[in-house]
Design a protein around this ligand. Structure first.
Ligand SMILES: Nc1ncnc2c1ncn2[C@@H]1O[C@H](COP(=O)(O)OP(=O)(O)OP(=O)(O)O)[C@@H](O)[C@H]1O
Length: 264
């Protein structure tokens, strides 16, 4: 049985077909990077995995059981725009992620449980390189530091699956390289299965073990919403090889200037 299985998955909004007939199996520990033209349904797909959106048809199973129809601790997400609480310090931001999970109504933990959450939050902040910034507020942190904080917030819930929606899109190249190393380290240490959307094909190739291209096989200019995107390429990129990257770019049906530039 596959760890995660996507079966005949469709997503439509009204008469707009966004995703069409996706079928995939994902093994535990896969690091799947996702590229595709703007608006082709990548975030919608992540929302289906997270449980904030439901398929129109088909289903996703995790260890053989249908995914719970709402977000829960088994799936964590980090967006491009920072999702941290502005009025809490870095440490409090991580602790509250645990509190909201364990005590969704009160949003508070007490005594031993609170102490344990604090210790875990401190360890995670050290792990993401924010050990020196525990008492700082988000506005006092750089973009890269805020994304590190968002990662720590997700990881304290011990997700099996981490969903990353262009988490480094807004960061400078140097900071991005540091974040790549951090994500690879966390993926390994926490034995995560990761789905990550990126606009940077080179980044997808560098980080992933599989690279998925979302694209429309069929397009009707008279009815742009009639056909949805499919996963047109599922490439094993675990063995990094520049020739393979050239191949992907060559066969990508809509090679954008951005993609070409990323090779330069
Ligand atoms: N809640 C919604 N209601 C109606 N249409 C939606 C909704 N969410 C997304 N869409 C539509 O679905 C399509 C896919 O959107 P989505 O955000 O998944 O694309 P994307 O590939 O992530 O784009 P980008 O790369 O620009 O972020 C778009 O045409 C969008 O307008």
């Amino acid at each position: 049985m596959a760890f995660l299985e996507i079966q005949h998955l469709w997503k439509e909004y009204g008469d707009q077909v966004v995703l069409e007939q996706l079928n995939k199996q994902v093994a535990k520990g896969d690091f799947i990077t996702i590229v595709g033209a703007s608006g082709c349904g990548k975030t919608t797909f992540l929302n289906l995995l997270l449980g904030t959106e439901q398929p129109t048809r088909g289903r996703i199973t995790l260890n053989g059981a249908p995914l719970k129809p709402e977000p829960n601790a088994e799936r964590g997400i980090v967006f491009q725009r920072y999702s941290v609480f502005p009025h809490l310090t870095a440490l409090e931001n991580v602790i509250i992620a645990r509190e909201l999970e364990k005590s969704p109504v009160l949003g508070r933990l007490f005594g031993k449980a609170k102490k344990a959450a604090r210790t875990e939050a401190e360890t995670l902040l050290d792990a993401v390189g924010l050990g020196h910034a525990k008492t700082k507020y988000p506005h006092e942190l750089s973009g890269g530091m805020q994304q590190r904080l968002a990662l720590a917030q997700s990881l304290i819930k011990k997700p099996a699956i981490l969903l990353l929606d262009e988490p480094f899109g807004a960061l400078d190249p140097g900071i991005r390289a540091d974040m790549h190393n951090l994500v690879l380290q966390l993926w390994h240490e926490h034995q995560l299965t990761i789905f990550m959307i990126t606009h940077d094909l080179k980044e997808g190739f560098h980080l992933g073990t599989r690279l998925w291209v979302f694209d429309k096989d069929r397009y009707d200019p008279q009815a742009p919403g009639a056909f949805g995107a499919q996963i047109t390429y599922d490439l094993d990129v675990s063995q990094k090889d520049r020739a393979q990257l050239e191949h992907i770019i060559h066969h990508h049906s809509q090679p954008t200037e951005e993609v070409q530039a990323s090779l330069a």
